[in-house]
Design a binder for this molecule. Sequence first.
Ligand SMILES: [Zn+2]
Length: 308
Amino acid sequence: MALITTKEMFKKAYEGGYAIGAFNISDLEQLQGVLEGAKAKNSSVIIQASKSAIEYAGPHTLVEMVKAASDEIGVDVALHLDHGPSLEAVKMCVEAGFSSVMIDGSHYDFEENVRITKEVVDYAHAHGVVVEAELGVLAGVEDEVSSDVHKYTDPDEAKEFVERTGVDSLAIAIGTSHGAFKFKGEAELKFDILEEIQAKLPGFPIVLHGASAVDQNSVATCNEFGGNIAGAKGIPVDMLRKASSMAVCKINMDTDLRLAMTAAIRKYLAENPAQFDPRKYLGAGRAAIQAVVESKIEDVLGSANSAK
Ligand SMILES: [Zn+2]
């Protein structure tokens, strides 16, 4: 199966009141775990990789691996560049065969964000690739960018940004946060901002980043078997489900998969100290990822049975 874009997925998700999960990967086991999870729930899915994950795996290796796994497992999939830093990074991914890219100009001022996003949209659309941009600033740490404070997305700016750039989807800041150390207190999503953006941009797909729940069982298992991961709170599942039923068509989740895989591998190795076959412990990690993806599809995204 060829890689598909997110266009049709988002249209159906918007109309159906659910969201598509976008899961970050950098290796074979993560990829297979995500695709098997999507297959088991008959759900559409987006595989995404950050610039550093692409450098880790190699852009062509990643593209061919995703295509082959999509064929073998039998799931249609979009392959998306997460947080593309520049037109050059976007070009590298489009040339390698990605079907979707993000250009993250959110750390620039509004005019510069419009300029760089428009440049990427013109290039990507000429190659049949869709583009996600970001407006507003999420707190937390991602790839090479970190921020201590939220800067919520302004709805009027969002409308102007989408109209001027021709972008296909927009990541907004309404209180989600990157990384595993999200909140000391309770998370709060600004649904009033989401509602206002939806009213100004009817039918337009919105994206939420930094939406892991930071599963406390995974953190506890990591720490029980030799880990040292500080406690933190993620985004409550019911808030994300509510966002999915509104204009949010794509929800990014990375931390929860990392935590689940690490917990499963730590547990496996601790309980099987004589084992040294990587298929055994990586296989345990892969199964853990599949289980997380299945539960996200059911509880957070509402996307079960969305695949053709
Ligand atoms: Zn992000």
